[in-house]
Design a protein around this ligand. Structure first.
Ligand SMILES: Nc1ncnc2c1ncn2[C@@H]1O[C@H](COP(=O)(O)OP(=O)(O)OP(=O)(O)O)[C@@H](O)[C@H]1O
Length: 255
């Protein structure tokens, strides 16, 4: 695997007769904060869902040396246990407290006693930078940024090796987004958790991403470090990085 913990080779996903991803190949290293970028509808979520085994796919998806499309159910479940996922809406259970929300995966997947689960939950909340009092609050009592962090704590409940984040900073104000980025970076650096995220956020892209891929026309247009991706001669890339939005970003960064 050559230092890669995930290798996707010639992955094809179709919905009915429609091919959405066509022989896509990417590789993710253990140390990566890996971004998947591409315009809306290009297949970013589909790629992530295929790696998460939520979408039927053809081709090879090697995770920790296991070809998950050929593996038996036991192996696939083992791999699933090494994943943590945070979907875009943060989707916390509204009728449960934050503590109860983070405890859900632990209750579903372990026989640990309640007092130990509580200790683990409080530790996960502190890992993502949430104060201890948040444990007893309900999701509606939290800001958007805090809700995202709570969802991240829940994704960390089972000590995943890889976390998948779908547009983690969308809807956050710049300070909260930056705070969230730093939390992701800390988890990656301190705990060695590999991060795979879909993002449209240029700050996250240049601030914390180590490697990325661009999906275009059902294929991988490019894969590499953000700075190399930025210089690719492609209409969409130029629009993103050198169009209105990109220019605002450059100006802001020069301040
Ligand atoms: N379950 C499904 N059935 C049929 N078509 C689907 C299904 N899921 C996704 N698609 C189609 O596959 C294409 C890629 O969708 P996907 O959600 O992966 O794109 P995306 O890049 O994540 O988009 P966005 O940035 O808008 O979230 C779209 O045309 C979408 O309509």
């Amino acid at each position: 695997m050559d230092g890669n913990i995930i290798e996707v080779n010639d992955l094809t996903v179709r919905f009915g007769d429609r091919i959405v991803l066509d022989k896509v190949s990417i590789s993710v290293k253990k140390s990566d904060i890996y971004a998947i970028i591409g315009k809306s509808g290009s297949g970013k979520t589909t790629l992530m869902r295929a790696i998460l085994m939520l979408e039927h796919s053809e081709g090879k998806i090697n995770v920790f040396g296991v070809d998950i499309n050929k593996a038996d159910e036991k192996k696939r479940n083992q791999i699933k246990r090494s994943y943590g996922v945070m979907f875009q809406a943060a989707s916390l259970f509204t009728s449960l407290t934050i503590g109860e929300n983070v405890a859900v995966p632990l209750k579903e997947n372990s026989n640990l006693p309640d007092n130990l689960i509580e200790d683990i939950v409080r530790f996960k909340l502190s890992l993502v930078g949430l104060d201890d009092f948040v444990y007893d609050l309900y999701p509606y009592e939290l800001s958007g940024g805090m809700r995202k962090k709570a969802a991240l704590a829940r994704a960390l409940a089972l000590d995943p090796k890889v976390i998948f984040l779908d547009e983690p900073t969308s809807g956050l104000d710049p300070a909260s987004a930056d705070d969230f980025d730093q939390t992701i970076k800390r988890l990656n650096e301190l705990l060695g958790i590999t991060v795979i995220m879909i993002t449209h956020d240029l700050d996250s892209f240049f601030g914390i991403t180590t490697r990325a891929c661009v999906i275009k026309d059902k294929r991988i247009l490019a894969e590499g470090e953000p700075v190399n991706i930025k210089s690719i001669d492609d209409e969409w890339i130029k629009k993103i990085f050198f169009g209105q939005r990109g220019r605002k970003f450059e100006l802001w960064n020069q301040k």
